[in-house]
Ligand binder design. Structure first.
Ligand code: ADP
Length: 269
């Protein structure tokens, strides 16, 4: 696993800004209090990662984030023997570190990981809360503060990659979606530092573009893309150029679809 997939956050100050959509903050706190794992499903760029970063800081827990991919093995999570100057030594993976320290391990796009990872997640995600390290013969009992959080985008799933019901049923599950208008406007104002009229117009445009989803697009415009657009517009770039490069081109490769998206953008800018 490359180190870019792993991020350690442990500084207790600076809780990242997170605008709550429902009551997910208290739900997370209850789950943490009762040592229950959480599964978050939702489309890309809707705030899943930001939410976990916010909660980890709020609860003052170290956060280990792993972006899962189809080469990710159980050893990438658990750890492996490495060869050093004095021979071989064991190095904990991010999951093991979180289990030992009482941190939060966040597996982003968990359905992408190889199936052997499920084997290590199951005994951690139910009431056993144990992590067997086969290679070292250790049987780790999770620190009381350890929490497992996984996410996936239901839109990307295919039959082969879906999460098994026996895995799903070990988690408290939360569904995320793009925020309500007023919430998304607040997020744009805060994240892109734009004035409220621009935030309002961009959110209205996003709502119109999202209504196209069923017919023309695999994915709809995300809050992340709206933030990009807000930043570019507020720094003086031509609004329609911004709409094309931030809101239309990232969503489709089909010129007809881009044209249809831009026809809508022209109503607003
Ligand atoms: P995901 O993990 O769902 O793909 P992210 O958490 O990375 O998406 O969200 C993308 C960006 O959108 C964040 O970096 C943040 O700027 C913004 N964002 C989305 N939802 C929220 C929210 N509820 N509060 C604050 N910022 C948000």
């Amino acid at each position: 696993m490359s180190t870019t997939n792993l991020k350690l956050t442990s500084d207790p100050i600076d809780v990242p800004y997170y605008k709550e959509q429902n009551n997910e903050v208290s739900l997370f706190e209850y789950a943490h209090q009762h040592h229950l794992p959480i599964l978050i499903k939702g489309p890309t760029g809707c705030g899943k990662t930001r939410f976990i970063e916010h909660m980890a800081k709020k609860l003052n827990k170290p956060l280990y984030t792993v972006a899962c991919h189809d080469d990710l093995t159980a050893a990438d999570l658990v750890g492996r023997h490495l060869i050093g100057a004095d021979g071989t030594y064991w190095q904990d993976g991010p999951l093991t570190r979180a289990v030992r320290e009482g941190g939060i391990c966040y597996l982003d796009e968990v359905v992408e990981a190889r199936k052997d990872t499920t084997v290590v997640l199951h005994p951690l995600a139910d009431n056993r809360r144990i992590l067997p390290l086969e290679r070292t013969g250790e049987l780790l009992e999770a620190h009381p503060d350890f929490m497992l959080v996984v996410s996936y985008n239901p839109g990307y799933q295919n039959l082969l990659k879906g999460m098994k019901p026996s895995t799903k049923q070990r988690f408290v599950a939360l569904r995320f979606d793009y925020p309500e208008k007023e919430v998304e406007q607040q997020i744009l104002i805060s994240e892109a530092n734009v004035e409220s009229h621009l935030a309002f117009t961009l959110v209205e445009l996003a709502q119109a573009l999202r209504r196209l989803e069923q017919n023309d697009l695999d994915e709809v415009v995300s809050t992340r893309l709206l933030i990009y657009a807000a930043k570019m517009m507020s720094s003086g770039m031509d609004p329609l150029e911004v709409c094309k490069s931030c809101l239309a081109e990232p969503l489709s490769d089909d010129p007809e679809t881009i044209k249809a998206l831009m026809d809508i953008a022209r109503i607003y800018f």
